[in-house]
Design a protein around this ligand. Structure first.
Ligand code: BGC
Length: 767
């Protein structure tokens, strides 16, 4: 496997510039702060291969759907996360010659992402065709403390010449998406101004009228002494503003341009206030200065790491990998805004449209539950609650009662347009119900059921009750024509996971109704009225639960992924001749569909969710049967198998699968990190450590742990927030649990009950 980056505990280091890997590095080096994000693109012009990306949370474009064969029920459009105003740009000329590292010799190139304090640094020496040697050092961050602010320090050092250097900091709205269906240009200018040391650019999307206004100011210095440019030219062109600055420099001078940027959107302010808001924000940032802004940003990162760092002793690569995942998750979603969610690529690329998938509920919620105050996970639930009416419309559009949440969405409407997924991958609805259970179980906030949960649970249950088929001959309910989590097979009958999560939802909805009835009877009455829920409807749910059909493979004593799974030729992944993997890049789709190979956890996803229902023998038989048939070609796959392998004591397997998820993007394992990082699967990586190696569970309001130490590690530790108490769990020769802050916590370790209190560590011998 190619090593892209040097190992380090806190840094991602790219040494030497290799243009063919630039896109992978750009993805890895992305910065974000929940409000906006940028790929690791260069500030100066680069004419080589690059995916430019500046993204603003919640700003999207309804790109007209393009499909080969239109099917009734397809959505008219697909929400695309938009590449928006480029605010990092600084064009550089050395004695009139444009600096472009695709066109000069580059020495000592380094691009370093600092994960501890959330900034990107770059340095190199460029030797141009006039043999002028120039050293460039840049540092930038997107403030975590003030999310509308970014700042860049860009230093130019002439190493062997005196000459004229021009620096052209700009705001550029003439940007495009690589991924657009009809090569449409999505933005148009509303307003702009270029004054000396104050430029702004206000752009709007051609549809939906999203607006982004960026403003910038600059500061020039030579070795820390402020200087004025020799000349300053204002540039104001269509969709573009800049301050072109020229400086006469001598060998060894250090000319630094500090660029302050603000970016505000009409998701937060009225259209008519936008320019003022961006200008006043950038003025304020300029007054604070780079160092103060950076200090506040750094402090915010310090407190994030205080809450959610994982340390690993004895394995640098593993340490770097896990921090890389936690870092990007924290950059993607900060949880204050109920209208936002977590796209599978976050702010690191255009793929998946930047939209919301079931990934959030199945993979990300557990991460945010244990690493952030509970309101953050709650906001993710409220996001879906707010989309309930759209989910009901979606179900009606397909001819069903209740609510069917979309496979892919930005605003609650379905964006996905492949029938086998849009119409059939309905298990996603179950994950949304499961997330409610997960949240309530972890936080103990049962009131949530009365305030929000019931409505969602009832409408999802109504969908399931309508979507099942009653098979009279067998006296069983069945769910026909679905796609399970394993997308390598479509239109199957009775996907075990789908049937399981559907009937579980009905049961949980009933339990939640009983709870709200007994504890909040006034709210209950109101809800019954609003939902027009009748007793007979709930009786039908009960009947479905009692008579749900679950396919089973008698010979193997395992759940059958779906009806007829054993009709397939049974081959194991390890028996495939070399060169076949990944099958999605080497086989025809038809061959994949007919094969027994499984893309990602399917039966195992159910065993992970409903773990308490199954005894160890059942879990073991299913794992032993399905893992060898799974190709893990979804980034979401290895983490679930890793967790179950940990539970079964398959430590080697658990670790092997963990490594595959932890360094998926750093090592470009699936050869696709060029178009962005796998943000949602990063939460799965965290789960592999905390739920897998650590064995974290919450049952009946108590924490459970059963940790083991992977052989190649000397020690690891993780932090979890449980009901406002922050705990540090260290696993080495012994397991040491410390209460860092908050009230005492009861915690069960290896089936023994302990209480974590302040000033009193729990220390247990590791078995
Ligand atoms: C997976 C889905 C997932 C989507 C976005 C697909 O490859 O099969 O389960 O929701 O990627 O991450």
């Amino acid at each position: 496997m190619r090593e892209y980056f040097n190992s380090d505990d806190w840094l991602i280091i790219e040494e030497g510039f290799e243009p063919e890997y630039n896109r992978v590095s750009e993805s890895a080096m992305s910065l974000g702060n929940g409000h906006m994000g940028i790929r690791g693109n260069f500030e100066e012009k680069y004419s080589g291969d690059s995916l430019s990306g500046t993204y603003y949370a919640g700003i999207y474009y309804p790109d007209k759907t393009k499909v080969g064969w239109w099917k009734n029920g397809y959505p008219e459009w697909f929400a695309k996360v938009l590449n928006g105003i480029n605010f990092i740009g600084i064009d550089v000329k050395i004695n009139g010659l444009e600096l472009d590292i695709a066109k000069c010799t580059v020495i000592d190139f380094q691009r370093i992402l600092n994960m501890k304090h959330g900034y990107l640094e770059r340095s190199f020496v460029a030797v141009d065709k006039n043999n002028n040697k120039t050293k460039i050092i840049s540092k930038r961050f997107l403030s975590m403390a003030e999310s509308e602010i970014a700042a860049i320090k860009y230093t130019v050092i002439p190493l062997n010449y005196d000459g004229e250097i021009t620096l052209n900091p700009y705001l550029d709205g003439k940007v495009v998406n690589e991924d657009s269906n009809y090569d449409e240009y999505f933005w148009e200018e509303v307003d702009k101004k270029a004054e000396d040391n104050l430029c702004y650019l206000n752009m709007r999307t051609k549809k939906l009228d999203f607006r982004v206004s960026c403003a910038m100011k600059y500061e020039l210095s030579n070795k820390n002494d402020k200087i004025q440019p020799k000349e300053m030219t204002l540039i104001s062109e269509e969709d573009y503003v800049a301050n072109l600055l020229s400086v006469s420099a001598k060998t060894g001078d250090e000319i630094t341009l500090t660029k302050y940027i603000s970016a505000v959107t009409n998701r937060d302010y009225d259209n008519e206030d936008l320019v003022n808001k961006s200008v006043s924000a950038v003025n304020k940032a300029y007054e604070s200065g780079f160092d103060n802004l950076f200090e506040a940003h750094k402090e915010t990162w310090d407190s994030k790491w205080e809450e959610n760092d994982i340390t690993i002793v004895g394995d640098k690569k593993a340490q770097q990998g896990i921090r890389f995942n936690i870092f990007h998750l924290n950059q993607t979603y900060t949880g204050e805004d109920q209208r936002l969610n977590i796209g599978p690529k976050g702010f690191t690329g255009e793929k998946y449209g930047g939209s919301t998938y079931w990934d959030t509920e199945a993979y990300c919620i557990p991460f945010y539950l244990s690493t952030s105050p509970s309101k953050i996970a709650k906001n993710l639930l409220i996001y879906r609650y707010n989309h309930l009416e759209k989910a009901k419309e979606n179900a009606r559009k397909l001819g069903f009662k209740g609510a069917l949440y979309p496979m892919v969405t930005m605003n609650g409407e379905e964006c996905h347009n492949e029938w086998e997924i849009t119409f059939e991958e309905i298990h996603r609805n179950g994950a949304i119900a499961y997330a409610i259970y997960n949240y309530v179980n972890y936080t103990g906030d049962k009131k949530h059921l009365a305030d929000y949960g019931i409505e969602v649970l009832v409408e999802i249950s109504r969908f399931w009750a309508d979507r099942v088929n009653y098979n009279k001959a067998k006296d069983k309910y069945m769910i026909l024509g679905v796609t399970g989590p394993n997308e390598y097979e479509n239109n199957v009958n009775n996907n075990w996971y789908t049937n399981t999560i559907a009937s579980w939802t009905l049961g949980y909805a009933m339990e939640a109704l009983d709870y709200v009835k007994s504890e909040y009877s006034d709210i209950y009455d109101r809800l019954l009225n609003k939902l027009e829920l009748k007793e007979q409807e709930v009786d039908k749910w009960k009947d479905i639960i009692d008579k749900m059909y679950y396919p089973y493979i008698e010979d193997e004593k395992v759940f059958s992924q779906q009806d007829g799974y054993m009709d397939k030729e049974q081959i194991l992944v390890k028996e495939l001749p070399e060169g076949n993997l990944p099958i999605n890049q080497n086989w025809s789709w038809d061959r994949i569909l007919r094969s027994c190979f499984i893309k990602q956890a399917d039966v195992m996803q159910g065993i992970y969710f409903f773990n308490e229902r199954y005894d160890m023998d059942t879990i073991k038989r299913n794992f032993d049967f399905y893992e060898p048939r799974t190709v893990h070609e979804s980034s979401l796959s290895p983490c679930i198998y890793s967790i179950i392998a940990s539970q079964l004591g398959y430590e080697k397997k658990a670790y092997e699968l963990y490594l595959r998820t932890a360094r998926l993007d750093l090592d470009n394992y699936n050869c696709d990190s060029d178009d962005g990082l796998h943000i949602t699967s990063m939460a799965g990586t965290w789960m592999s450590v905390v739920h897998g190696f650590g064995g974290l569970k919450v049952k009946d309001n108590e924490l459970y742990l059963s940790p083991f130490l992977p052989k190649s590690w000397q020690e690891y530790s993780f932090r979890i927030l449980f009901r406002d108490s922050l705990l540090n769990v260290k696993v080495g020769n012994s397991v040491v649990i410390e209460l860092i802050s908050g009230d005492d916590v009861t915690i069960n370790v290896f089936k023994q009950k302990y209480t974590a209190t302040k000033n009193n560590k729990i220390e247990i011998k590791n078995n």
